[in-house]
Design a binder for this molecule. Structure first.
Ligand SMILES: Cc1ncc(COP(=O)(O)O)c(C=O)c1O
Length: 415
């Protein structure tokens, strides 16, 4: 209630302000609601960088913790429960990944990459990693972290046809180039990388080995991919929201020596306040992964193989048929170039099928929503109708929405 008399100038001004504010709130809330309805309920979300959190994990993002600060130098009071949550999360992460140290503070996969690189290199050093042309993460290269940190980058010898590292050529390259750091893992990753074969060579030649598990972290946690730390990598790091079904953020797992060195530098170099609502949510997602990760990751890979095979049978250019298409959550369709890929992605979007422009497909989210091989056959058919048959997208969309409506719950979590 305003204290001003009706119809005065002040009263009219406040009325108009009130109207403008409520319009703005309505507009923001309405955009979020429309997004939730569309992407959350009516789309087949097949971007392999994305996933969905369980309702319990998601609810922690809106918890009181999201208002608070802590710092390693104990500057802030009132942190006793946050400290316990962090410790709890670290212990769980160590168990889930079989690591000696864990750190949940990195704000994203990119920041986790940066922490690893910055802790083990100095300007002028060389880092060896998969080139973006071969599906490597562009954020590690000259336009990204290598440029920022003054590092040279050397591309890991790679077969684009088989989506595999050339082991023998890579051994020669490591001996010749003597990189300070070798990073495995990539943005396009269908098969495990040869950490076991190359880590000893890298170490003998003075390199530290890291695995950017941003994409495959959930499969590693579910023991369905490879185990980089056991295979000889000194650190495993990356995003917590792609095949791992946590909140958006980053994580670092490592052996004692390298892990403690990174831990000592994270604050205050790379993270000040660490977003404690996210860390609480990640801790709960780790608990879900510990209990349901194996079943989830097995089904993710089974779904990816099934979807890839049916798409291939329909005539889509799915990569690596001779190798069984994929051992991860990803399927790669090679349309020749990015522009052709974009055209396909745009056609699919009109039918509520969401992919990226590579075209890369991922089965994490549909798996988490409870879909299995039977639904993969349906998804492949919907993709065919929208992209190959060029059926009216509105009609395909209707069937996509119908399929999605049967899979609105999140599986592989505590009920
Ligand atoms: C291999 C790889 N590493 C790191 C990142 C960056 O992750 P984030 O988006 O969590 O910063 C990506 C992003 O897609 C990626 O594919």
């Amino acid at each position: 209630m305003h204290r001003f008399k009706p119809q005065t100038f002040r009263w009219r001004f406040l009325k108009r302000l009130e109207h403008w504010c409520s319009k703005m709130i309505d507009e923001i809330l309405s955009l979020v609601k429309k997004h939730e309805q569309w992407r959350g309920k009516e789309c087949l979300n097949l971007i392999p960088s994305e996933n969905v959190m369980s309702p319990a994990v998601r609810s922690l993002l809106a918890s009181e913790l999201g208002h608070r600060y802590t710092a390693r130098d104990r500057f802030y009071m009132g942190t006793k429960f946050m400290d316990e949550i962090e410790q709890y999360g670290e212990e769980l992460a160590k168990k889930v990944f079989g690591a000696e140290t864990a750190d949940l503070r990195p704000l994203s996969g990119h920041i986790a990459d940066m922490i690893f690189l910055a802790c083990f290199t100095k300007p002028g050093d060389t880092v060896m990693c998969i080139s973006p042309e071969d599906g490597g993460y562009p954020g590690l290269w000259e336009n990204g972290l290598a440029g920022l940190l003054g590092l040279k980058v050397y591309p890991t010898p790679f077969s684009r046809e088989n989506m595999e590292v050339h082991v023998e050529k890579a051994k020669e390259a490591i001996k010749h180039v003597k990189p300070k750091v070798v990073i495995f893992g990539a943005s396009l990753i269908l098969f495990p990388h040869p950490v076991k074969e190359l880590a000893p060579v890298a170490c003998e030649n003075g390199a530290i080995v890291g695995f950017d598990g941003s994409h495959v972290l959930g499969l590693i946690a579910g023991k369905q991919f490879q185990d980089p730390l056991k295979e000889g990598a000194q650190a495993l790091f990356g995003s917590t929201h792609k095949s791992f079904f946590g909140p958006q953020g980053g994580i670092i797992l490592a052996g004692k020596e390298h892990g403690e060195l990174m831990k000592a530098k994270i604050y205050p170099r790379f993270v000040d306040n660490a977003h404690w609502n996210r860390i609480a949510a990640l801790t709960l997602a780790l608990a879900e992964m510990q209990s349901f990760g194996k079943d989830y990751a097995e089904q993710v890979v089974r779904n990816a193989k099934a979807l890839a095979k049916t798409l291939h049978d329909y005539g889509f250019p799915v990569k690596c048929p001779a190798l069984g298409f994929t051992e991860s959550h990803q399927i790669i369709m090679d349309f020749g170039d990015y522009e052709e890929g974009r055209k396909v992605a745009e056609k699919l979007q009109k039918a509520n099928i969401i992919v990226d422009c590579v075209v890369r497909l991922g089965t994490c989210e549909v798996t988490r929503r409870g879909m299995r091989e039977e639904e993969m056959a349906k998804i492949a058919e919907l993709i065919k109708r929208a992209a190959l048959d060029e059926e009216n997208p509105e009609i395909v969309k209707r069937d996509v929405v119908k399929l999605c409506s049967d899979f609105q719950n999140i599986e592989y979590c505590f009920k």
